[in-house]
Write a protein that binds this ligand. Sequence first.
Ligand code: GTP
Ligand code: MG
Length: 227
Amino acid sequence: MILERQNVLNLKKLRSQLGGLENRPAINELAKLIKMSQLYQSGQREISTKLENLDAEFQVNYDYNPIHHMESRMKDMQSLLQKAERKGYDLTAESIQKNIYDIAGIRVITNYLDDIYSVEKMLTHQTDVTLLRRKDYIKHPKASGYRSLHLIVKVPVFQSTGPVDVPVEIQIRTVGMDMWASLEHKLRYKTDANQALVDKYGDKLHDYSDELEKIERGMQEIHKDLI
Ligand code: GTP
Ligand code: MG
């Protein structure tokens, strides 16, 4: 059910990832960055497990799964350090942990719109999960037409020395929103922001986002009538 996109980081992998970076962090920070990465991956697993458990319970109680599938990704060290550099943060584990919240990310793809908010509620009501930030791009879509619910939560990870709170970014969206976002991402990022293509398809994609919303609402009504 979970598509793991990356495995555990070690010093060798980290060195090769940092090849193209202008300002490499001090060598004594590398070990700290590796520990940080491991810690965040654990936080990601804690949240993924909670979501899997909720989905499994739903299946038993209601014969229905709100979650279609999940994807998890760790921001690779190169893009993490590039982001820190871009935003003017120190290239240390401490500064990165303090300022960047999307090191560990989980994307939850739901079947229907209402499932987005029930997944949010079930997760954030858990006593060890704390909501740090919430952006509802469904009620307030981005100018591009992008829709999704973005949450940043923190969860304790129990290490050998005690618990450490770890932030995890969660994007929750329907199958339709996910399909739209993948295509739009391709248009904006994968084509090296080819302006001619953005001009050609940008408005059309925006319209499709609105249409998809209508279709998804309609299908949800039918689904409600069937259960
Ligand atoms: P960052 O520091 O850049 O992460 O800013 P932020 O946390 O304010 O980011 P935001 O909430 O805008 O969204 C971050 C993520 O949402 C991106 O990495 C994308 O995965 C997704 N996203 C946001 N806007 C768009 C969009 O217009 N199109 C697509 N396809 N994805 C988007
Ligand atoms: Mg982000």
